[in-house]
Write a protein that binds this ligand. Structure first.
Ligand code: PHE
Length: 433
């Protein structure tokens, strides 16, 4: 597995590649373009099969429906390519060179300079540079991750960025003047100072700049979420009171930073990250006389909460019994989602193996995803063990098998479980226990 790719382009057809055998791949075709492979390449045929599906532009899809609740004033970009440079995804956002978010175990690299975007923030720099003052980006993003009912290696984000300038810039619309709503003598309010960084602000921002941006940012998001949830009325078991809270956060490209969490099935889940954009990013994008906030919202989480969708895999089904439930919505008040999830309980099967030193859990999750044909709901690490003499480590995973719409037979579960075992042994260099 390490440096060999499990892909081989047999016949480039649309965005798809074909899985053949473990072989060193030279070129890979993604979204109609060819790329050289190298030791960073770890994209799988399964992941490539999701590129171009564009759930967010598919009319009546639950992801499309939530995306359609737009904010006025913002220009919308929903067809930016998910194939981006490492520079766009990380460098332009000041991600430190050794930051874990760059790891090969976290992302789908096409090669060392090219990656499937891990967030829509990858486009901030170019859109700010193009002179926009308020814009939204919607798109599919890719991350290697755990396997459960709320995680899928592809999900969708809606990202918003809004820039402001000081009132001295008369030629611009007052909507973009940060102090336009302040009363009294606003003449000496300034955006910038040569000061200290604190928990509340960046070095070059005045406290009033930072606080006003934070206020405007949180207000915009609260208006947006309550607009979403308030239009939704009973009889769904959702009522208008959605429990939310703001918590402090860290992102390399914003300061201060915040997260909005909402209660989902009794658990707090992170729905959105946001903050005041680091001034260096604006300066490098040619907007040094402006300040800005940004937020990035996970559309699956919002949509699952709104429509009570119990499993993220539903988003990818082409099954009409799912999609037809969202047809002809005037607004989403009228949508009442009936889960078609099989009434059968999940079937749990364990798998245990000795792991090599360079093993990453996401390698195993990705392998399960590649072999799975829609049966795996959750994978959890249930036990780790270190052999006292050899120092060798073992991991035991529990795989829960559950289809989104039908009961499973023991035979098909066993068959898939064995295929996962074999694939792990042959591709991850692990030894079954
Ligand atoms: N890009 C961040 C993420 O994917 C979210 C974010 C967007 C945070 C904009 C701050 C500002 O987690």
């Amino acid at each position: 597995a390490q440096n060999t790719c499990i892909l081989q382009v047999v016949k480039p057809r649309l965005n798809a590649c074909f899985y053949t055998s473990v072989t060193t791949l030279e070129r890979v075709s993604v979204a109609g373009k060819d790329y050289d492979c190298d030791e960073w390449t770890n994209i799988t045929p399964k992941i490539l099969s999701y590129v171009g599906r564009n759930l967010h532009t598919q009319k009546d899809h639950p992801i499309y429906i939530v995306k359609e609740v737009n904010l006025p004033l913002f220009a919308v970009f929903d067809n930016l390519s998910p194939v981006v440079t490492v520079k766009q995804n990380f460098d332009s956002l000041l991600t430190p060179k050794d930051h874990v978010s760059r790891n090969r175990s976290e992302n789908y690299y096409i090669n060392k300079n090219t990656v499937l975007r891990a967030h829509t923030s990858a486009h901030e720099h170019e859109l700010i540079r193009s002179g926009l003052s308020a814009f939204l980006m919607v798109g599919d993003v890719y991350r290697r991750d755990t396997i459960d009912a709320t995680h899928f290696p592809v999900f969708h984000q809606l990202e918003g960025v809004r820039l402001f300038n000081s009132q001295q810039v008369k030629k611009r619309n007052y909507l973009f003047q940060l102090f336009s709503k302040c009363e009294g003598n606003t003449a000496d309010l300034t955006l910038f100072e040569n000061g200290q960084e604190t928990a509340d602000k960046q070095m070059c921002h005045t406290l009033e700049t930072s606080k006003l941006l934070e206020f405007n940012l949180k207000q915009t998001i609260e208006d947006f979420t309550s607009l979403m949830f308030k239009t939704k009325l009973p009889p769904l078991n959702l009522n208008t009171d959605v429990e939310c809270k703001w918590v402090e956060a860290y992102f390399p490209f914003t300061h201060p930073s915040f997260e909005l969490e909402i209660k989902y099935n009794g658990e707090w889940i992170e729905m959105l990250g946001c903050g005041i954009l680091k001034q260096q990013i604006l300066n490098e994008a040619g907007a040094c006389d402006q300040v800005a906030w940004a937020f990035g919202l996970g559309l699956e989480r919002l949509s699952m909460k709104l429509f009570d969708i119990p499993d993220i895999r539903y988003m990818w089904t082409t099954d009409d019994s799912f999609l037809s439930q969202f047809k002809n919505h005037e607004d989403f008040k009228s949508i009442q989602f009936k889960p078609i999830l099989s009434k059968q309980p999940a079937v749990a099967n364990d798998i245990a193996f000795w792991i090599p030193n360079d093993y990453a859990m996401n390698d195993f999750y990705d392998l399960v995803r590649s072999v799975d044909d829609g049966l795996v709901q959750t994978v959890t690490l249930v036990d780790t063990f270190v052999h006292s003499e050899s120092g060798k480590q073992s991991h035991c995973y529990r795989i829960y098998y559950r289809h989104t719409s039908r009961a499973l037979t023991q035979a098909e579960v066993n068959n898939l479980h064995n295929r996962i075992k074999d694939a792990a042994e042959s591709q991850l260099n692990v030894k079954g226990r």
